[in-house]
Design a protein around this ligand. Sequence first.
Ligand SMILES: C[S@@+](CC[C@H](N)C(=O)[O-])C[C@H]1O[C@@H](n2cnc3c(N)ncnc32)[C@H](O)[C@@H]1O
Length: 274
Amino acid sequence: MTDQGERYDRMAEGYERWWAPVLAPSAVALLDRIEAAIAHGAGELIDIGVGTGNLTFPALRRWRDVRITGVDASREMLQAAEAIAARSPAHERDRFRGQVAYAAELPFENATFDVAMSSFVLQLVPSRAKALREIRRVLRSGGTLAYVTWLTDRTPFAPDRAFDALLAEFGFENEEGDGRSGDLPSVATAAAELRRAGFRDVVAEGAALEYAFTVESYIAFLVEFDEASTFEEMSRSERHRFLARLREDLMRLPADALAFRAPIVYASGRHSGR
Ligand SMILES: C[S@@+](CC[C@H](N)C(=O)[O-])C[C@H]1O[C@@H](n2cnc3c(N)ncnc32)[C@H](O)[C@@H]1O
């Protein structure tokens, strides 16, 4: 299993509660880029890195005839998606199946799917070029790939800076990182990578993801998802002192400092048939 698979295995619950809602509106907007393919009869879809189903479940509700295969490197994330499917109406859950698999090693025959979609995953794969070629392999000729992910962003987010400063003050090193080394450097790069991997009719456009954290939702996001392992290292009393100070520091920030805004890219193309 890759580090990313293990990382998400540890945090599936916190992900579903605190991070999936941040990504959800931007993920759902990707479905508009797939609408034309569905209107032309696409029925077999694959969701690469399905996670807790930010794309899959809205797609199953929106298009009543599609079947979706959700693959993910993390078994725990997939189980979270399957649990959501189990709570969904039969006409939705019966059209979903999940499978543990890496984006670059998809256990499917050539030309199995009409559409491949992916949200906030292709920044995590060890080689995006390899993953894109593999996705193309499982698409039928003329099939569509549409994805959304992060663009590189060096704009500091004030709550992250407050958290990092406090970690340093308490003598912790923030060494884990989030593994997002593969954020796209530009919209043009997203388009060029798709063309190189054998896609045509390529469209790539930039957008912004916005989310209004509150002090409490930001703290929960850190404790239960993004920095869970750092908090596990703290003793109970240390954690108590740390969180009290963090809350104070966050409350001192101007109200709009908790509004998270980051650049993203939507990219799509069609299997060139060659
Ligand atoms: C940020 S989450 C996005 C999940 C979902 N698509 C969404 O929009 O909420 C990234 C997901 O990609 C999965 N992942 C990471 N590396 C992967 C890989 N190489 N192949 C397949 N899935 C991967 C993780 O386990 C996680 O579920």
